[in-house]
Design a protein around this ligand. Structure first.
Ligand code: RIB
Length: 306
């Protein structure tokens, strides 16, 4: 069975300010620490999948600025195949991230080179779709590129996972191409018009989202875990308890572990359990890519059926 993963997505330099608390509008909070890490939802998911042992290819763009090589190195050190990463004129994508002492965050992204990740670039990489099992994509690259990647995945018989972050309106055509959609509670509320704040409302939103196209919906609910809704049933997935340090990239760890488990032929609800454990591990550590667990670390907190 093919076990490879293709990620079509964004790559950013994360400028992280760790603060005693998040600033209010117009307020300055001092006493923080600063660090720059490789990040971006697409690159984080690719690095996470590679750390979990999957052959992983990343499709995306970095800028010709000084951060471009640093970002590429982050992918390469994790063993991600970067043959289809293009360097384009102008700045790399950049995220300004505030992280508060309790682990919660605020993120603002300057798209930079990610806007050059066009449908043509993805279509040029069509050969990698024929050797993979799962596509992961998100909404930090142009939405028409996400649609092109989903179409290629569908025609090559891949399982597709869409992390609808940052949330945008999606057409019924696009949603019909998605196998798994993995919004957080806010994104699920935005996509369905149902205010998701508890298991019951998560169930309602998941059922509505399934009626819009994806066969399986997994709504991530922060430290509570996730709500799984698919042909196998509707279940709460509980996340292992951890001390929250930084929630950045928790969703990326979740999606990557889900992808790797599905690529290994794991049952979807078990794959969601494994994903929740990977997300919790990422929350317990600082940074985006620095926080993503390895296969060995994941195996210490959850049983892996492969
Ligand atoms: O999901 C976390 C990521 O969101 C960060 O790495 C940041 O770059 C933003 O894209």
């Amino acid at each position: 069975m093919k076990k490879g993963i293709v990620v079509a997505g964004s790559i950013n330099i994360d400028m992280v300010f760790s603060l005693p608390r998040l600033p209010l509008l117009g307020e300055t909070v001092s006493g923080g620490r600063f660090a720059a890490h490789p990040g971006g939802k697409g690159a984080n998911q690719a690095v996470a999948a590679a750390r979990l042992g999957a052959p992983t290819v990343f499709l995306g763009c970095v800028g010709e600025d000084s951060w471009g090589d640093f970002l590429l190195a982050g992918l390469q050190q994790a063993g991600v195949d970067c043959s289809y990463v293009t360097k384009v004129p102008g700045p790399s994508g950049c995220a300004g991230i505030y992280v508060a002492a309790g682990g919660e965050n605020m993120i603002a992204v300057a798209t930079g080179a990610n806007s050059h990740t066009t449908p043509e670039k993805v279509i040029r990489a069509r050969e990698v779709f024929s050797t993979a099992r799962v596509l992961m994509t998100q909404l930090e690259i142009p939405v028409e590129t996400v649609a092109a990647a989903l179409e290629l995945a569908k025609s090559a018989g891949l399982i597709s996972i869409l992390d609808p972050a940052p949330v945008k309106a999606l057409t019924p055509e696009m949603l019909s191409l998605v196998d798994y959609i993995t919004p957080n509670a806010l994104e699920a509320s935005e996509l369905t018009g149902i205010d998701v704040h508890c298991w019951n409302t998560a169930d309602q939103a998941a059922r509505k989202l399934r009626s819009m196209g994806p066969e399986t919906v997994i709504i991530t609910m922060g430290k509570q875990g996730a709500f799984f809704s698919g042909p196998q049933g509707h279940v709460r997935i509980l996340a292992p308890r951890v001390v929250a340090v930084d929630s950045t990239a928790a969703g990326d760890a979740f999606n990557a572990a889900l992808a790797v488990a599905l690529a290994q032929g794991t049952e979807p609800d078990i794959a969601a359990d494994i994903a929740a454990a990977a997300g919790a591990l990422a929350v317990s550590r600082a940074g985006a890519q620095p926080s993503l667990p390895t296969l060995e670390e994941l195996a210490q907190v959850v049983k892996l059926p492969w």
